[in-house]
Design a protein around this ligand. Structure first.
Ligand code: GLU
Length: 425
């Protein structure tokens, strides 16, 4: 098993909350990690084999839940770390799930669409023994979208010879996906941001925002936030960053990227926001240092480290990516008086609507877009408010408040399943 070190924050919460020794021992390591080889028949007939993993970090509260990413940086350690964050996120959102994550170490941008389809099917073939609606439910993550989930669900149905719509979430709506799932991560982040700013008595019109990352989550967040009245003054993608102090129109940038993608027939856009006809190009690193009210981190892990934390001037940081701020950078920013709305809360809209999709898949019900949005809004507002209250009452950062709530929930469930106190005496 790959070694995993719980963050110092979790050890602090274990002590502060007097978490039982059994819960500490169980949460210290993942329940299960599997390493697989993912075969891919290339278009030229040759065979490539990529390493892949699936980690089910903890399943006390229910089946493991979490995405699958295709990225050259995927490793066993990264899957374990991401599965741990999913465990905290699902517990915080009061979902009946534990946490999981998986992926293959591959750059899908080097593959043709048909090769990506074969890779997706190969990956599901490799992990089919450990997933299913009551065991572990995959979903989209970096470089995997509804289309990829559709292929994966189809492959799983072929392997099991059963129609199992609840085996994978984030599917196309016509294949049993949920309305609102594609926008859910961005929408959830906006609900959390609105709730925080409302407490401060601030109106969207008076708030400037810079967004690092224009993938599914970042782009939908930017479009929805712009619709709501926020001024989006800068956005970046993996190729460039653009800035306009008067405000950009993110929906135009998204339309441009989508059209370019359709025209090229590629699965991944290789066009950039810089060609989308808005704003002046700036260095990507400079976006992080812009004098804005809110800095949104929607790209990848480790965007803010000890090296660049000192350049951040925005007083409020919204984490839409998983783990975009390292623990060392987090400590520096908090010391500097900055507020961070943490990933496990701010990006939990995606997995929450995945849960709604799983419920619909199991019951055969179909919910309309308005029902999904209403349920997401109600749940996210309530949980965000509870985290903000706890942070205020205990004078702790919002991240610590969110982790404390999640860990208490998991630890209580571990104890309720039976712990050493039953054997005392
Ligand atoms: N990959 C997303 C996340 O990190 C969604 C997971 C899911 O829907 O299960 O939260």
């Amino acid at each position: 098993m790959t070694a995993f070190d719980l963050p110092d924050l979790v050890h602090k919460i274990f002590d502060d909350q007097e978490v039982t020794p059994d819960a500490r021992a169980i949460l210290a390591q993942p329940d299960r990690q599997i390493a697989v080889s993912v075969p891919l028949r290339r278009d030229d007939g040759s065979l490539a084999v990529f390493p892949g993993w699936r980690c089910q970090f903890n399943t006390t509260l229910g089946p493991a839940k979490g995405g699958i990413r295709f990225h050259p940086g995927v490793t066993a350690e990264e899957c374990t770390q991401l599965a741990f964050w999913m465990t905290i996120k699902c517990a915080l959102m009061e979902l009946p799930f534990g946490g999981g994550k998986g992926g293959a170490q591959v750059d899908p941008k080097d593959l043709s669409p048909l090769e990506v389809e074969r890779l997706a099917r190969g990956y599901i073939g490799a992990i089919a023994d450990v997933i299913g609606p009551d065991r572990d439910i995959p979903a989209p993550d970096v470089n995997t979208d509804a289309r990829v989930m559709g292929w994966m669900a189809d492959e799983f149905a072929k392997i099991t010879r059963r129609h199992e719509p609840a085996c994978i979430t984030g599917k196309p709506v016509c294949l049993g996906g949920s309305e609102g799932r594609t926008q859910a991560t961005g929408r959830g982040a906006l609900i959390v941001l609105d709730a925080w700013l409302e407490r401060e008595g601030r109106k969207p019109e008076d708030v400037t925002v810079a967004v690092q990352g224009f993938g599914n989550a970042g782009a939908h967040f930017a479009c929805l936030a712009h619709e709501r009245g926020y001024r989006i003054v800068a956005v970046s993608d993996s190729q460039a960053a653009i800035h306009d102090p008067d405000g950009l129109t993110p929906s135009k940038l998204l339309d441009y990227k989508q059209k370019e993608k359709e025209l090229s027939g590629a699965l991944y856009a290789d066009s950039s926001v810089k060609e989308g006809n808005g704003g002046e190009e700036i260095a990507q690193e400079d976006l992080l240092a812009l004098d804005v009210d809110v800095l949104v981190l929607a790209a990848m892990e480790d965007a803010i480290t000890e090296d660049n934390a000192g350049t951040v001037t925005a007083p409020l940081i919204l984490e839409i990516a998983n783990g975009p701020v390292t623990p060392e950078a987090d400590a520096m920013l908090v010391k500097d008086g900055k507020v961070i709305l943490p990933d496990v809360l701010a990006n939990a809209g995606g997995v929450t609507v995945s849960y709604y999709e799983w419920v619909q898949g199991r019951t055969g019900e179909r919910w309309g877009a308005a029902t999904v949005t209403d349920r997401l809004t109600e749940r996210m507002e309530a949980i965000a408010e509870a985290c903000f209250d706890r942070a205020g009452d205990d004078d702790i950062p919002v991240r610590e408040a969110a982790y404390a709530k999640a860990i208490t929930r998991i630890a209580d469930a571990i104890s309720s399943r039976g712990d050493r106190s039953y054997f005392a005496g």
